[in-house]
Design a protein around this ligand. Sequence first.
Ligand SMILES: Cc1ncc(COP(=O)(O)O)c(C=O)c1O
Length: 418
Amino acid sequence: MLEQRDISFIIPTKVGVTKRKNYRLKSALRKKDMNNLTNYQIKTQLNKVQTPCYICEEELLEKNLQLLKQIEDQSGAKILLALKGFAFSPLLYLISKYLKGSCASGLYEARYAKEYIQGEIHTFSPAFKDDEFEEICNLSDHIVFNSLNQFHKFRSKILPKNSIALRINPEVSTVKVDIYNPCGLYSRLGITKKELKLKDEDFDFIDGFHFHALCEQNLDDLKLVLKSFEQNFGQYFSKLKWLNFGGGHHITRDDYDRQGLIQLIQDYKKKYPHLDIYLEPGEAIGWQTGTLVATILDIVHNDIDIAILDTSAEAHMPDTLAMPYTPEVVDGKIGHELPYRYRFGGNSCLAGDIIGDYSFSKPLSIGQKIIFKDQIHYTIVKNTTFNGIKLPSLAVLKKDGILEVAKTFGYDEYKNRN
Ligand SMILES: Cc1ncc(COP(=O)(O)O)c(C=O)c1O
C-alpha cells in the first residue's frame, strides 16, 4: 500500500514524469487501493492549483455513469442527470455518452442543458414565469407542472413537441431531514390526492405523472413510495405515456440494491407496458467523484486548536451545515482518534462556519493543504460569494492522471453579483 510518507518527496517537475509514474503506480495498485493512487495523483500535482479548488475525477464520474447505463440497459428505464445536483461543465461531455438527457429546474438550467448535454431535456419548476415559459417550451421535451393552476394557465402555450406531466405528491416519504423532505407536512411540491381533480379532456394534454420523494435513499424507500403512488394514482396510469420517479435514488453508492431496482422496473414495465419509466438522479452521478482542496491560513487556540481555512462551510460546502454532516479528509480522521486534533473553520464572519473536528497523526501547519472528500455534488451548484470569499476553481483529474485547472474565479464574480 502506498502511504503518504512514500510519496511526499516525489514531487514531479514535468508532466511526462507524472504520467509515467502514474502508469507504473496504476498497474502496481490496480484493484488494490485506487484511493491511494488518486490521492497520490492529486497530492503530487497540488502545486498546479490555487486553493480553494474542486477537483472532479474523470475516471470516477465515468464509473458512476457506467453503473447507471447498466441500469438503463437491463431495466429499460431512462435515466436523466438532474442538473441541480451536478453541473460540472468540464466533464459534461460524458453525460451524453451514457444517459438519455438531463432535467432542469427552470429556464437557465434548460438553456445550460441545451448547451452542454445531448438528449432529452425535462423541465420542472415549482412555478413557471410568464416571461420565461415560451423559451422553456422551445428548449424542453418534457414539461412538468407543479399545480393544476399552472397546468390550466400554461397548457394553451405548449408546443406539439412538449410532453406534459403533473408533479404528484405521493404523501409518503422516509426522508428524515425536513428541508430535504418533498413530502413533509404542508409541502408545496406536487399535487396531493385530495387536490388532484382531473377531467377526461385534461388527458388530451397530460402524458405523464412525476414524483420526487427521496433523498440519498435505497430501494426499500422507493418501494414504499411507489406502493402509495400506485394505490392512490394508479387509476390514471392507463391514460398516461410515462412516469418519472424523480431523484434521490442513491444508485451508485456501494450498498444500493441495483439488481433490485432493475427487477422493480422490469416488473413495472411488465405490468404497464405502455409506460416509459424515467429516473432523474443528481447526487448519484456526482457521488464520490472528487474533492475540495483548501489551505490552512492560520491556527488559533481557544482551549482547542482551530485551523482557519481558505474555504467556507457556508459558501462552499453548504450541506455540512444544512444536513448537517462532516466530510472526510485525506490523511486525517473525523473526531479525536489520532493524537493531533483540530477544528476546521471557514474564512467567513459566520460563527457557525465550522466544517468539523478532525485528528491527524502529525501536527498540521499553516500553509498546508487539506483535501476534503466527496465534494462535487450539491456544492459547486450552490456556491455563494458570501463575505467576498473567492469561489473555488474547477479542476479535472483526467483519466491519464494529469490534473488540469479548467476554471478560475476572481473579484469579478463578487462584483457582478453585488
Ligand atoms: C424534482 C427533482 N428531481 C431530481 C432531483 C435530484 O435528486 P438527487 O440529487 O437527490 O438525486 C431533485 C432534487 O432535489 C428534485 O427536486
